[in-house]
Design a protein around this ligand. Structure first.
Ligand code: FAD
Length: 493
């Protein structure tokens, strides 16, 4: 099934979401609440893209795994061409978002599809036929209803020097409290759940590498409307009262709310659990058979290719509009952005070309996907820094709002003093509002945190290039040096 935006909004209005708390109040209608309504509309846009005349050929596909047409984002690639088809579909979505809104439905659709692809060779093999059936059924449920998932992985920041099982309360991290005939009861919280307040399902898949206590070794899917599922939202970054799209062109569309996800003694039915009691099996899930790490990093490369196109356009438009584009120091910085852009493009194509053919799926090249995505953890904040450097102090004095242009006396002054060599005053202000929403507004700063930390901590991820990603291959490089060393003459005995 392929939904329309109106179907999603109806689902939200009918309350198919968790218990949402905002500033002390329980939110009854997320579609109207100022902190969530623009994100709900953007998700609705995602569904409507599948019906748009210009995009539907990229976003819809006959899906043989469910015997009907679905979003391409649920499509299981069986070969290189299929993976390209999936990548082009996802690219169209992120070009629409200008590379923002990274937790739109497609992100976790790919995960649900991936688990399905490994139903037999991982979930069945490791956890038995029941978990295998669960994975298959959850994929069918998601595709047939075109559901919107959130996910949360990380334990709250209580004390990172000790594993959660040694904290004063071991149920700060989500863990199993007891088993019943119907399922298991879980308690705890996870940080953070982007889109949690307006999602219909959740995936809970903790990073149990950090703590192998078996009570934490449980991965599952739940309807967010299940009893005890609660989302405590952060402050909304929506435009301040009296302002809107003119002043906040990105925030007004791509402000992506985040929340703390609390599971307050929630019953997880047996048929929604996909991983249980075998913490050591996380290796196969994250790094080997399923290799979730390769897939989500691949998705980030696609998102961030679209974002870097937007950022390159912004930097170049700005430099050319105010006549700084001929300075060598500015050209060097514009060149640096274009260099990252090219690496993203190369990473996307190379991970496809050099992908891995498995029995049940064609996988993007893990090493390339992980490396290019990890590069972005530092490259994207660096691009924001470049935008700050080239716009300098002029990024700040921008008239407050659209109404400044509605006052004739003020407009006369603005026409003279806010225009630039390349732009009239109105366009120059529009450009600088895009700039500030990228580098300075709460939304801009939040995206910078997202770019750095959404795949974990950059220090650890960069170190893992050495400790994990190149674990086997690095010996080949050392051998090059050893061979030269062997050829260098030794002193006579
Ligand atoms: C905007 C945004 C949206 C996100 N959305 C989601 C989402 O929807 N779902 C989801 O699951 N995740 C999401 N994440 C990612 C996630 O929640 C965490 O931000 C990420 O995994 C990092 O964990 P942490 O913030 O607890 O930092 P930590 O990993 O605790 O790191 C904090 C600091 O301590 C240091 N540190 C911690 N442990 C060690 C160690 N062992 N050795 C050395 N140094 C260490 C790190 O270098 C870092 O500087 C999102 C993140 C952001 C910023």
């Amino acid at each position: 099934m392929i939904r329309r935006g109106s179907d999603f909004i109806r689902s939200m209005k009918e309350g198919h979401h968790g218990e949402v708390y905002y500033n002390g109040e329980k939110v009854e209608d997320v579609t109207e609440h100022p902190a969530f309504r623009s994100a709900v509309r953007t998700v609705a846009d995602y569904y409507d893209l599948h019906w748009s005349e210009s995009l539907k050929e990229y976003l819809r596909i006959y899906n043989p795994d469910v015997g009907e047409e679905t979003s391409v984002t649920f499509f299981r690639p069986r070969n290189k061409d299929d993976l390209r088809r999936l990548r082009i579909g996802i690219s169209k979505i992120y070009d629409f978002y200008r590379g923002f809104f990274g937790r739109s439905p497609d992100y976790l659709n790919v995960w649900t599809m991936l688990f399905y692809a490994h139903a037999e060779d991982y979930f069945g093999k490791v956890f038995g036929s029941r978990m295998m059936e669960n994975v298959i059924e959850l994929y069918r449920e998601a595709t047939r209803q075109d559901l919107f998932y959130t996910h949360a992985i990380v334990a709250p920041m209580y004390d990172r020097s000790r594993p959660p099982s040694q904290w004063e309360d071991p149920y700060i991290q989500i863990g199993v409290v007891r088993e019943t005939s119907e399922g298991v009861v879980v308690r705890g919280a996870a940080l953070l759940s982007t889109a949690g307040p307006y999602s219909e399902r959740l995936w809970y898949l903790p990073n149990i590498r950090r703590d192998t206590d078996p009570r934490y070794a449980i991965f599952f899917s739940l309807p967010t409307e299940s009893k005890g599922v609660k989302f405590i939202s952060r402050r909304g970054f929506h435009p301040k009262e009296g302002f809107g799209e003119f002043e906040y062109p990105l925030t007004s569309k791509y402000e992506e709310p985040d929340a703390i996800m609390v599971l307050d003694d929630v019953l997880v039915p047996w048929d929604r659990i996909i991983f249980y009691k075998k913490p050591e099996e996380i290796e196969g899930f994250m790094w080997h058979t399923v290799n979730l790490r390769a897939w989500f990093n691949w998705h980030f490369v696609i998102q961030h290719y679209s974002r870097t196109k937007f950022l390159a356009g912004l930097a170049i438009a700005l430099a050319e509009a105010v006549g700084i584009n001929n300075f060598i120091n500015v050209q060097e910085k514009l060149g640096e952005i274009l260099l990252y852009l090219s690496i993203y493009e190369a990473g996307m194509v190379a991970s496809e070309e050099l992908g891995e053919q498995l029995d049940s799926i064609y996988r993007p090249n893990p090493q390339i996907s992980i490396a290019v995505s990890a590069m972005g953890m530092k490259a994207l904040p660096r691009i924001n820094e470049i935008l700050r450097l080239i716009s300098a102090g002029s990024s700040i004095p921008v008239p407050a709002g659209i109404k400044d242009f509605e006052n004739p006396e003020e407009r006369r002054l603005l026409e003279k003093y806010m225009s630039s060599k390349g732009l009239n005053a109105l366009d120059r202000v529009k450009l600088f509002n895009i700039l500030w929403d990228t580098i300075g507004s709460e939304t801009g700063i939040r995206y910078e945190q997202y770019d750095r930390f959404s795949r974990g901590d950059p220090t650890i991820r960069w170190a893992q290039m050495y400790t994990e990603v190149f674990k086997e291959k690095k010996g080949e490089y050392v051998k090059i040096i050893r061979d030269i060393m062997d050829q260098i003459p030794n002193p006579k005995a």
